[in-house]
Design a protein around this ligand. Structure first.
Ligand code: 2HA
Ligand code: ZN
Length: 270
């Protein structure tokens, strides 16, 4: 049996947490990540206990029954994950139609999965319905996106158009646009279901006055989405209060999409 701490999926998740903390997106215990694992890739490293600890999830998610997820722990600090992955991360299997998570590895100090487990699992189910290769849900609190949700219209079309206009390649990175939820109480099944509903239409969901969710096939893809949206928000905040002399026109946005071979959400263009 290989050491779980050497597993590439653990190493990459640890690096992602460290990197996100370094970007200032995950103060204190802010942010959470879940990575769906293949049974086969986990098996090489997993010496699952005969009677694993069973934690109720408080929701049902039958589409994910039996699946394995590597997740960050509730109350854990991203800055510390690198120093003790086994305490800060856990590998769980969803059972009982998603109502229970069996802890197969990690959470070594008795901890449990992120408080946003509902939003993560429901979002995985939504993304898997669209893309069977989808593996990652990533949540954090990036400064500029957060700030933007105080001063920009929260209408999804308007919010997306502004982000698209802030750099030429943004429409290529998230042609489906972004979903935006109004302020809602976090850590609940309700915000989980609302997030998952938006995830059926795209890979980015912004939580007003809180942060962002990104989905992807890989940690790099989900990270890159958030990085791109966050940079767009930063540019916006640098210029929002200045008189604009020009922006990227809708005709230019169409040209970029055609050049890169992506199909932007049609109703978001004039
Ligand atoms: O505490 O980010 O949304 C972790 C969070 C909750
Ligand atoms: Zn959060």
């Amino acid at each position: 049996m290989k050491n779980m701490l050497d597993a590439p999926f653990v190493t990459e998740l640890v690096r992602t947490c460290t990197n996100m903390y370094a970007h200032g997106w995950d103060e204190r215990n802010g942010g959470n990540i879940s990575l769906r694992l293949d049974e086969r890739e986990a098996a090489e490293y997993l010496d699952a206990p005969a009677a694993p600890r069973r934690e109720p999830t408080g929701f049902s998610c039958p589409a994910l029954d039996g699946m394995l997820f590597l997740v960050t722990g509730t109350g854990k600090y991203f800055k510390n994950v690198q120093y003790d992955p086994a305490a800060n991360l856990g590998l769980v299997r969803l059972t009982d139609g998603g109502a229970c998570a069996e802890v197969l590895w990690g959470f070594s100090d008795g901890g449990r999965f992120t408080s946003e487990f509902a939003a993560h699992m429901m979002s995985h189910a939504a993304r898997l319905g669209i893309d069977p290769e989808s593996r990652v849900i990533l949540h954090c609190h990036p400064n500029h996106l957060l700030a933007m949700t105080y001063v920009h219209d929260l209408d999804e079309r308007a919010f997306t158009r502004t982000l698209w206009q802030m750099e030429t390649e943004n429409i290529f990175v998230f042609p489906e646009g972004v979903g935006v939820l109004p302020w809602m109480l976090c850590g609940t099944n309700e915000i989980g279901a609302a997030t998952a509903e938006k995830m059926k239409r795209g890979r980015i969901v912004i939580w007003a006055q809180h942060g962002i969710y990104g989905a992807g096939r890989t940690l790099d893809e989900a990270f890159g989405l958030i990085e791109t949206a966050e940079k767009a928000a930063e540019v916006y905040l640098k210029i929002a209060h200045l008189p604009w002399k020009q922006t990227i026109t809708d005709d230019a946005l169409r040209q970029i999409a055609a050049h890169f071979g992506v199909t932007p959400r049609a109703e978001y263009l004039d």
